[in-house]
Design a protein around this ligand. Structure first.
Ligand code: 16G
Length: 259
């Protein structure tokens, strides 16, 4: 059965529901995707085909399709049509180990790639001066990357470090932590703050999700064993792709809770 037929047969099942037509069509397409009748990456039939098969207006079809694009069920590629969105394999990251993105993905057997969004030396912002302990005459090294695992963009990471530890941001290879390790500056401890966010247009475009969908905003401040702050990184992770997992233990007798 063609994809248009699959959607049409779902629509016939739901046509008794009395809901507006565009909603019925939206649910039918969603149902066809959920039941695997049309799979990730499959092309959706054209608006015209769906409209003529189901005998509804193209405006109604467009409204249903736009809703599903907004919800991340379908993706639209300019010039080539509308497709079922690729299924995301969620990545779990432990919140108790200080690992790098490259290490996390390598452990899962995933290929890591980064697209450089920015790297260079700049005059620090007041916030960078405060967090990294820089004076106004010192420079900050900024490293911004789109992090991609198995061809899926997972996160945008914007790191700031003192230029004294990273004098040449151009020279970082594929891993910031590996580069820091070579100079004995790999962090040993970090404090991470995770909050919910709705992705803005620019970040959503880079992460290949519809604008406004849920994401995770993460701020990591990392320290050397000496207590010096080495890294101040703000990241945005895709909410549909990443789970942060924390193990919790009841403290034993005599053990103190440390902040
Ligand atoms: C992780 C860190 C990030 C760090 C990066 C280094 C989070 C939220 N962030 O992604 O702060 O800069 O690893 O990765 O976990 P790299 O060594 O692969 O460049």
């Amino acid at each position: 059965m063609s994809a248009a037929d699959q959607i049409f047969s779902m629509l016939k099942e739901s046509s008794q529901s009395g809901a507006p037509l565009y909603l019925q069509l939206r649910r039918s397409i969603e149902e066809a995707v959920n039941r695997g009748l049309i799979g990730p990456g499959d092309a959706l039939p054209s608006e015209r085909d769906i409209a003529s098969k189901a005998d509804i207006s193209r405006v109604t079809v467009r409204k249903a399709v736009q809703d599903l694009v907004k919800g991340g069920i379908l993706v639209q590629r300019h010039g080539s049509g509308t497709f079922v969105a690729p299924r995301m394999e969620r990545v779990e990251q432990s919140l108790s180990r200080l690992t790098s993105f490259t290490e996390d993905m390598a452990r899962r057997g995933m290929n890591v790639r980064s697209v450089w969004l920015d790297r260079g030396l700049y005059a620090p912002s007041p916030e960078e001066m405060m967090v990294l302990g820089l004076s106004s005459t010192e420079l900050v090294a900024r490293v911004a990357r789109l992090r991609i695992a198995n061809d899926t963009p997972l996160a945008i990471e914007r790191a700031a470090l003192s230029a004294s530890v990273l004098p040449d941001p151009e020279a970082i290879g594929s891993s910031l932590y590996a580069a820091l390790e070579t100079t004995g500056n790999r962090p040993v401890r970090a404090v991470q703050r995770i909050s919910a966010t709705n992705l803005g247009d620019a970040d959503a475009r880079l992460l290949e999700v519809p604008p406004g969908v849920a994401g995770l905003q993460i701020e990591r401040i990392s320290y050397l064993a000496s207590g010096k702050v080495i890294e101040f990184t703000r990241s945005v992770y895709r909410g549909d792709a990443y789970d942060f997992v924390a193990e919790l233990r009841l403290t034993g007798p005599g053990e103190e809770l440390r902040p």
